[in-house]
Design a binder for this molecule. Structure first.
Ligand SMILES: Nc1ncnc2c1ncn2[C@@H]1O[C@H](COP(=O)(O)OP(=O)(O)OP(=O)(O)O)[C@@H](O)[C@H]1O
Length: 260
């Protein structure tokens, strides 16, 4: 099967001369849940953003599902991005509207801007939005304004919104960094489960090495914009990962989430 993501000698230098990515080569198999780890400033966010050109790489090649991202026209890029969900640390939801409306917004790329206008949302999209909310365990809060939800609930709304895209790839930039350990665990379990159920490739930048070990199949360690470590999680000990990337909080008062 073809790779979900392929990066070749990817480089990104900011205008101030800072080399944030310094020749990253990486191939990610479809359906894999991969954790990107590394200390502050290692280049994790830049790498995720460069994959879909939210940040323009300076050089190198990105391919997603066989389509070349680098060099793609804006139309081709839009098409590639339709298959890619992005989950952010700060959720990036529309605060003053309901969970349901945030989720139907996720259908805009597939069904057009009518999905942003409640009265015009087709009934099949409404049904799908409820299914997605159901999947993340929040159907009962569909009508709640998202700014009245907890951080963990908001992140689950963001995941439901991304499911509306029917993504083949989800890029998650510190999806649990703003959450308490229990909410973080719930979000990581959800990402792991939807990846397994739907064959969605997930690449998650994670600071917490315990989450990386517990929920990913493969761990990439970045340092100064380079891949320093690339291991399957069952070959990595927590001690080694802690040693490389510093102390990190345990996920839940000393216990760790369930391994696959
Ligand atoms: N707009 C910018 N201009 C110049 N340098 C930048 C810019 N944005 C980020 N950087 C630098 O690029 C490097 C990589 O940043 P990036 O945010 O990708 O790291 P990260 O691994 O995601 O870090 P963190 O874990 O702190 O989020 C850092 O040294 C950062 O200071």
């Amino acid at each position: 099967m073809s790779a979900a993501v392929q990066l070749e000698d990817l480089k990104m230098r900011f205008r101030n001369g800072h080399q944030a990515l310094d020749g990253v080569d990486l191939t990610v198999e479809p359906g894999q849940l991969l954790a990107l780890t590394g200390s502050n400033g290692a280049g994790k966010s830049t790498l995720l953003r460069c994959m879909v050109r939210l940040q323009e790489p300076t050089s190198g090649m990105v391919r997603i599902h066989e389509a070349e991202v680098t060099g793609a026209s804006s139309r081709a890029l839009r098409r590639i991005r339709q298959d890619v969900g992005f989950i952010f640390q700060n959720f990036n939801l529309v605060d003053r509207v309901s969970a349901f409306r945030n989720v139907t917004n996720g259908a805009i790329a597939r069904h057009g801007s009518q999905c942003a206008v409640p009265a015009l949302v087709p009934s099949r999209v409404r049904r799908e939005a409820m299914d997605c909310l159901e999947r993340v365990g929040l159907a009962h809060l569909a009508d709640r304004r998202v700014d009245t939800l907890s951080g963990g609930q908001r992140q689950r709304v963001a995941i439901a919104r991304s499911l509306m895209q029917r993504p083949r790839l989800i890029l998650a930039d510190e999806p649990v960094a703003s959450l308490d350990p229990a909410a973080g665990t719930a979000v990581m379990e959800l990402l792991r489960d939807i990846s397994a159920e739907r064959g969605i490739t997930v690449i998650a930048a994670l600071h917490q090495v315990d989450f990386a070990l517990d929920y990913s199949e493969r761990i990439i360690g970045l340092r100064a914009g380079r891949v320093e470590l690339d291991e399957s999680n069952d070959r990595l000990s927590a001690e080694r990962l802690h040693e490389l990337y510093g102390p990190a909080p345990l996920t839940d008062s000393g216990t760790r989430g369930q391994r696959r």
